[in-house]
Design a protein around this ligand. Structure first.
Ligand code: AMP
Ligand code: TRP
Length: 330
């Protein structure tokens, strides 16, 4: 059984990325001892929208180090950088030829991002789900842990895999998205109607894993809340508080009921102060490990090993695909 996932290295990951994705990679790694686990830095995905060269370079290394800092064990989990394994781009073109423009245009993420960018939308942003499908299908991944917002792309990957298998014979494993309900959608600290995102123009809305600890604590303390003043999980009427409770519950391991009980008769202030401490100590742990690993040659060794492992699997699969289609001389 193989579990595979990736994150785009665009800016530093947020608490949303951590709770919706990274933390789940670690849980899966620790739970499924027999599974082969691959987690990569999806750097090709980052260039679908304009990005500064220096920024990209920094973010790639930083995300790789963060994977380890949050608890991925390079002995158990193979970690690599997508662009260092050329098969991803190669298979992507083949999949583009086995998918429809209409399918790409239907993707919610494409619609949202293309509205924001108007006339300067790149072709890559449209075809990006084919690259993501390559990322998954090259490795015959059985499960793909992602946040809610990526589910549609994994479903499209399934459609493409099934279509390809029907047309050319059994070639790809049909993957399943793995959406962990808790933390699947962390919302902005300033606006519970929008997901927490590193591209939010208001930095008070998100916390990144490398934020200054005090600043991060202040963002929690100043997060918007509703006017009811009671610590109760009620997504409909107290969306902002429900979001904070989700963060609290995920980081502390307490259930919503346990949190409600703990703050019975107390206001938001105590709740937020405690949450600020919990977030602060989580970040502190991650950052300590991060600053150790980012400077060490160990990180390059891990990434070399990950690349070689990934390449050996991907190259074989790509050869099979080319053969099935009738490309090249063999
Ligand atoms: P991205 O930052 O868009 O590359 O997302 C990387 C991973 O983090 C994906 O699996 C997303 O679904 C997940 N993710 C991003 N933002 C959030 C959020 N606010 N809440 C939960 N998961 C998220
Ligand atoms: N597209 C994903 C995102 O924006 C990142 C990603 C790229 C990914 N390739 C993947 C996730 C393959 C899972 C599997 O978050």
């Amino acid at each position: 059984m193989r579990i595979l996932s990736g994150i785009k290295p665009s800016n530093v990951p947020t608490l949303g990325n951590y709770l919706g994705a990274m933390q789940n990679f670690v849980k899966l790694q620790n739970e499924y001892k027999d599974a082969d686990i691959i987690v990569f830095v999806a750097d090709l995905h980052s260039i679908t929208v304009p990005i500064d060269r220096q920024e990209l370079k920094k973010d790639i290394r930083s995300l790789a180090a963060l994977y380890i800092a949050v608890g991925l064990d390079p002995v158990r989990t193979h970690i690599f950088i997508q662009s260092e394994v050329p098969c991803h781009s190669e298979l992507s073109f083949v999949l583009e030829c086995n998918s429809y423009i209409g399918e790409m245009e239907r993707m919610i993420q494409f619609k949202e991002k293309s509205v924001k960018q108007g006339l300067t939308v790149s072709t890559g942003l449209l075809t990006y789900p084919c690259l993501m499908a390559s990322d998954i299908l090259l490795y015959d991944a059985n499960y793909v842990p992602v946040g809610e917002d990526q589910k549609q792309h994994v479903e499209l990957t399934r459609d493409i895999a099934i279509r390809f298998n029907n047309k050319y014979g059994e070639t790809f494993t049909v993957p399943e998205p793995l959406i962990m309900k808790a933390g699947a959608r962390i919302m902005s600290l300033q606006d519970p109607a929008h997901k927490m995102s590193k591209t939010d123009p208001n930095p008070k809305g998100y916390i990144t894993l490398l934020d200054d600890i005090n600043e991060a604590k202040n963002k929690i303390k100043r997060a918007v809340t509703d006017s009811l003043g009671v610590v109760k999980y009620d997504k409909e009427n107290q969306g902002a508080l429900a979001n904070l409770m989700t963060i609290y519950s995920n980081l502390s391991g307490l259930s919503y009921e346990e949190i409600e009980k703990k703050y019975e008769g107390l206001g938001y202030k105590e709740f937020k102060e405690d949450l600020a401490e919990i977030v602060g100590s989580t970040l502190e742990k991650i950052q300590t490990k991060y600053y150790e690993i980012i400077k060490s040659p160990e990180l390059d060794r891990i990434l070399d090993e990950g690349r070689d492992y990934a390449y050996s699997i991907a190259r074989k699969k790509l050869s099979k695909v080319y053969k099935r289609i009738g490309l090249g001389r063999n």
